[in-house]
Design a protein around this ligand. Structure first.
Ligand code: NAI
Ligand code: NA
Length: 396
């Protein structure tokens, strides 16, 4: 079977197993090239199959020589249909980890459910005993609440008034104006239920209740702040309320871990092309301008560079973990540099369908988007039969 990208709006319906494998191998090579890191050895990554979570799993395994359990929600391949990219990524990751003699197992299911938490608990008990680091990297549009059975949907809406600004359709390069109607209270509440810190707390509580957190265990969740141009729809919108809640949750989790000297942190990461961020209006235009500037300045990073730096220069730098005045770890420091943001703000004014190919890195955006699904990698023969991807027992 020859697999080609089939785009539908913000997603691609197909994924390429060999390309996903190449993506994982490239990330592994990057982490190895940066040298070993003296970090946590038993790691649970929740949201481990794509984006920042995958980069975290790779950084733990191939940077810190860690055993990893990865939890994610991905589609396995079926007759005539490819798997979702995170499934291929995880299969490739497990193969590479096993080749390197590293423990790696995965749980494919709804991380918000009690069942998946229980499965994870059983796996830790059977295989690892305790966990030293829990990365919480879920990005989901929905959450079925485990107590009530209610299905909550998150939204990406401004709060208090209609938001109108520029956006780009990154497939066509068309820059248009988009208006988004403000959220009501229900939208806000639902978004906080889905993307706030409640489930993070439930995970940590469940692991602690079973004595599965090692002394000094650390847990990290990922957040975003970003620039003024995206503020109304991101940080001051519904998703921002969820991030406020997530950030506040770090403090309540840290309180709950006092007796084992555990710590919860939020790391604020850079804006990057992932399946999650492509669906947010305005953000793709911002990212394409940001990429252009950061690449020109030699400070561009992808997920793996971000997380490798998080580990080597923040978490495991041999000293205190540096945080901002709100207790957050910042690896968005280069994105948020004043000179970078001044340039973005200026280019934002100039961005049109006609100017964007020159002033923005639309090509880089598209390349990254294709890469998410395993397309566009050099070293992959896309004309070859892609059927013989090795299946991994522990992923169903
Ligand atoms: P992503 O879409 O690449 O990854 C999401 C992960 O969550 C995948 O592993 C997916 O399988 C898993 N997942 C989703 N629903 C699940 C469920 N019900 N059960 C189990 N697993 C589930 O997203 P990305 O961008 O890596 O986001 C991760 C975190 O990083 C999010 O909190 C996001 O807000 C944050 N972040 C993202 C930034 C960006 O620009 N992409 C910037 C800064 C923070
Ligand atoms: Na992730």
């Amino acid at each position: 079977m020859i697999i080609e990208p089939r785009m539908r709006g913000f997603i691609c319906l197909t994924a390429h197993p060999k390309g996903c494998e190449q993506n994982v191998k490239n990330q592994i090579d990057y982490v190895k090239s940066k040298g070993s890191i003296d970090g946590a050895k038993r790691v649970l990554v929740i949201g481990a199959s794509t984006g920042f979570g995958l980069a975290s799993r790779i950084s733990s395994a191939f940077g810190c020589n860690a055993s990893t359990i990865g939890v994610f929600f991905e589609k396995p391949p079926t007759e005539g249909k490819t798997a979702s990219p995170g499934w291929y990524n995880s299969a490739a990751f497990e193969n590479e980890a096993h080749k390197a003699g590293l423990y790696a197992k995965s749980i494919n299911g709804d991380a918000f459910s009690k069942e998946v938490k229980q499965q994870t608990i059983d796996m830790i008990k059977a295989d690892l005993g305790q966990i030293d680091l829990i990365i919480y990297s879920l990005a989901s549009p929905v959450r079925m609440h485990p107590e009530t059975g209610v299905l909550h949907r998150s939204t990406l809406k401004p709060i208090g008034g209609t938001f109108t600004n520029k956006t780009v359709d990154f497939h066509t390069g068309n820059v248009t104006e988009v208006s988004i109607e403000p959220a009501n209270q229900e939208d806000i509440d639902n978004t906080v239920v889905v993307m706030g810190g409640e489930d993070w707390t439930m995970w940590i509580d469940a692991l602690k209740a079973e004595n599965l957190l090692a002394a000094g265990a650390t847990t990290i969740a990922y957040s975003y702040i970003g620039p003024a141009v995206t503020e109304a729809v991101y940080r001051k919108g519904t998703i921002g309320r969820a991030k406020d809640h997530l950030e506040a949750t770090a403090f309540t989790i840290t309180d709950s871990l006092k007796d084992i000297n555990g710590k919860a942190y939020v790391s604020v990461n850079k804006a990057l092309v992932t399946q999650a961020s492509s669906a947010i209006p305005v953000i793709p235009l911002y990212i394409s301008l940001l990429y252009k500037i950061m690449k020109a300045d030699g400070i561009h990073e992808g997920c793996i560079e971000q997380i490798q730096r998080l580990y080597s220069q923040r978490l495991y730098n041999g000293g205190e973990i540096p945080t901002d005045e709100n207790g957050r770890i910042r690896i968005d420091d280069w994105e948020m540099r004043a000179d970078v943001q001044e340039q973005v703000a200026k280019l934002w004014q100039e961005a049109t369908t006609e100017t964007l190919p020159q002033i923005g890195d639309l090509a880089g955006y598209k390349q990254d988007f294709l890469n998410l699904f395993g397309f566009g990698f050099s070293g992959v023969d896309y004309d070859a039969d892609a059927n013989e991807m090795v299946m991994v027992d522990s992923i169903n």
